[in-house]
Ligand binder design. Structure first.
Ligand SMILES: *Cc1c(COP(=O)(O)O)cnc(C)c1O
Length: 393
């Protein structure tokens, strides 16, 4: 082993530990669910997973995955454009396009790779990308892979967006990129206003709807929820969060998808999903289409959970979605809140700088369709106890 590299690694890790930025990985000894066994502790109420609809451990998805293993095997055998595309991958893409009411879709290994796949593939050196300052890390990395000029606009600020559009007037094509639901605050992009500005200034729009997929618009996402899905050029959805499995997809016109199959590098050069992943995802779409009670329960629990925290006196920020931050401010106190909650049997993770701005530390919570009233009431009791002991309420 190379000493120079090993010494550098040691210093980096030490540096993180000294700044309190080192995060040990927590380990579950149970499936993802409303109550989990984590770090050896059983029956912990889980408020930190993105398993919004409880599909990750749903019997219908498990059954579909097992059946697909028996029918199709464990792996796809090659990258999709060589000989790794099975009928079940195509079936999933057809079902997703129907579900989203779009021309076509293309599935990538993850939401992260979908961003890395689409952004540099539809923009070139003479283009400009105009991107919200709070967009997800995978958008930022996708933008870095593009040769286009970039302009960052203030979070959901339409004046700032219009300025950026004016400043990039000389570009050949313009692409505005925004999260649908922002993952740290739970607020939603004003897509109607963005569409109006894009039409006025001849720009295309891409919405990364990772946290809107399966959550808003009956599961069809933020654009559908706001009635503008036919005005969004590129929608990105994830299959890894509410949908409960793994993957990301691009939804848009047939021409967009056709181009991506020819040029998107993660599609061309990295193997596609095991057939079981595609099959479980199809089962998830079946459920979302046939059983509206899943999203209804998610939203009922979301309202109950937010109201409960607010009644106790917590500041839940500007969220209008299941992502519910409990604003703390100070980094150390947010971490104390996380530790205190865990001691009371509740998992809710602190989010601190650099994920959010300094002084905006919070504990981020997400209720889901799978939580019972008892789960939420027990969690509120813990929040009350720890919140009082830290002087937050
Ligand atoms: C989680 C997330 C992704 C990544 O999705 P994965 O399927 O987990 O790779 C992309 N964009 C946003 C906005 C996300 O929140």
């Amino acid at each position: 082993m190379n000493d120079t590299l090993q010494n550098w690694l040691g210093e980096q890790i030490q540096g993180l530990k000294e700044q309190n930025l080192y995060k040990p990985i927590m380990v579950m000894d149970s499936p993802s669910g409303p109550r989990i066994t984590v770090n050896g502790r059983a029956n912990v109420i889980n408020l930190s997973s993105n398993n919004y609809l409880g599909l990750a451990n749903h019997p219908k998805l498990k059954e579909a995955a097992i059946k697909a293993v028996q029918e199709w095997g464990a792996g796809a055998g090659a990258v999709r454009p060589i000989i790794g595309t099975m009928r079940i991958h195509i079936e999933l893409e057809r079902r997703l396009a129907e579900f989203k009411h779009v021309g076509a879709t293309l599935v990538f290994q993850s939401g992260f790779t979908a961003n890395a796949g689409v952004i540099p593939t539809i923009t070139e050196g003479e283009d400009a990308i105009i991107t919200d300052e709070l967009n997800h890390a995978s958008i930022i990395d996708g933008v870095r892979l593009s040769k286009a000029a970039r302009k960052i606009y203030k979070h959901c600020d339409m004046t700032s967006l219009e300025e950026a559009l004016k400043e990039t007037k000389g570009a050949k094509k313009r692409l505005i990129i925004t999260d649908g639901v922002f993952s740290m605050d739970g607020d939603v992009a004003p897509l109607g206003d963005i569409v109006a500005l894009a039409e006025k200034h001849d720009a295309a729009i891409m919405v990364d709807d990772a946290h809107g997929s399966g959550v808003l618009g009956g599961g069809r996402g933020t654009a559908y929820h706001q009635g503008v899905h036919d005005k969004i050029d590129v929608q990105l959805g994830t299959l890894s969060k509410a949908v409960g499995v793994m993957g990301g997809y691009i939804a848009g016109s047939a021409e967009l998808i056709d181009w991506l199959t020819q040029r998107a590098r993660p599609f061309l050069f990295s193997t596609g999903h095991p057939p079981a992943t595609a099959a479980a995802t199809i089962a998830a779409i079946d459920l979302m289409e046939s059983d509206l009670s899943l999203t209804e329960r998610l939203w009922e629990n979301t309202r109950y959970w937010k109201a409960g925290l607010q009644r106790l006196g917590f500041d839940t920020g500007i969220s209008t979605t299941p992502i519910t931050p409990v604003m703390v401010g100070d980094e150390g106190r947010a971490q104390e809140l996380q530790r205190g909650l865990f001691a009371e049997g509740v998992l809710a993770l602190a989010i601190v700088f650099p994920t959010v701005a300094k002084g905006k530390a919070r504990v981020r919570t997400m209720s889901s369709a799978m939580h019972s009233r008892q789960d939420l009431d027990d969690a509120l009791t813990a929040f009350e106890k720890v919140g009082k002991s830290l002087g937050l309420i």
